[in-house]
Design a protein around this ligand. Structure first.
Ligand SMILES: C[S@@+](CC[C@H](N)C(=O)[O-])C[C@H]1O[C@@H](n2cnc3c(N)ncnc32)[C@H](O)[C@@H]1O
Length: 235
């Protein structure tokens, strides 16, 4: 998918419209440390992993609208969505951030420190699943999360879902990133896809069907970034 130089894949019909949104509504309001982190991340090998700024602006709005105080993030990379979250939380808010690779987090840490929100972040270097399983053994009803953001290891989204439905409070929100896989969920037959893209696409086709029929949540599919799904826990 063609994108303006340095931008992540997006779902809009044309790049000019995407550029317009970024330049009109997103960049002028982007925190200076988020901007610095975004520019630093652009130089990294896996820069396209970063959650794009227009999506993070949505996440920030959701967090503020629901007065989220206690959140969890699976998949940190250099921390653009993490810094967005920490900035959106109140002074006494806390985000637990899990990633298998601390060195990515350390690339972004100076920006987090300069933004003055390091104290809101509890970074855990680990596979996400065992951490969630340990939390499930220890968690108390009044310690559940308000919000979870899932952006790691697509093939485990279903496993994360079952655990997060017990770790996020009723009325709380789980956001799954990348659920439209930049539109590849409807790639016409014969579209050249890497094996990885085809496998993730197939996984999301099943996962999205599952979310659509899961009576424990209500959902909305958002066509921002490369697509994300907001789930609200009902029971
Ligand atoms: C798409 S990136 C996250 C992007 C990040 N949210 C941002 O805004 O830049 C996915 C991250 O998940 C991490 N990861 C992959 N498998 C994981 C696992 N099983 N448990 C925890 N983290 C994992 C990778 O190290 C990588 O940093």
């Amino acid at each position: 998918m063609a994108t303006p130089a340095g931008h992540a894949p997006h779902l809009l019909q044309n790049d000019a419209l995407y550029k317009y949104i970024l330049e009109t509504s997103v960049y002028p309001r982007e925190h200076e440390q988020l901007k610095g982190l975004r520019e630093m991340t652009k130089k990294q090998e896996w820069h396209f992993w970063m959650v794009p700024p227009e999506e993070c602006q949505h996440l920030s709005m959701i967090l503020k609208l629901m007065n989220a105080k206690k959140t969890i993030e699976l998949g940190v990379y250099t921390g653009y969505s993490l810094l967005t979250t920490a900035l959106a939380l109140p002074k006494d808010g806390q985000v637990t951030a899990i990633d298998i690779n601390r060195s990515y987090f350390e690339i972004g840490l100076p920006f987090i420190q300069k933004a003055g929100v390091e104290n809101k972040i509890n970074f855990i270097e680990s596979e996400a699943l065992p951490v969630l399983d340990k939390m499930l053994q220890e968690v108390k009803e009044d310690e559940l999360f308000d919000f979870a953001f899932v952006d790691a290891d697509k093939f485990n989204y279903g496993e994360y879902h079952e655990r997060l439905l017990k770790l996020v409070k009723i009325g709380g929100v789980i956001v799954y990133d990348d659920t439209l896989w930049s539109g590849r969920v409807v790639a016409p037959v014969g579209t050249p896809l890497s094996q990885y893209d085809a496998e993730v696409r197939d996984y999301f086709l099943k996962f999205n069907d599952f979310l659509a029929t899961d009576s424990r949540i209500e959902i909305t599919q958002v066509c921002v970034g490369d697509g994300f799904t907001i789930c609200r826990r009902l029971i």
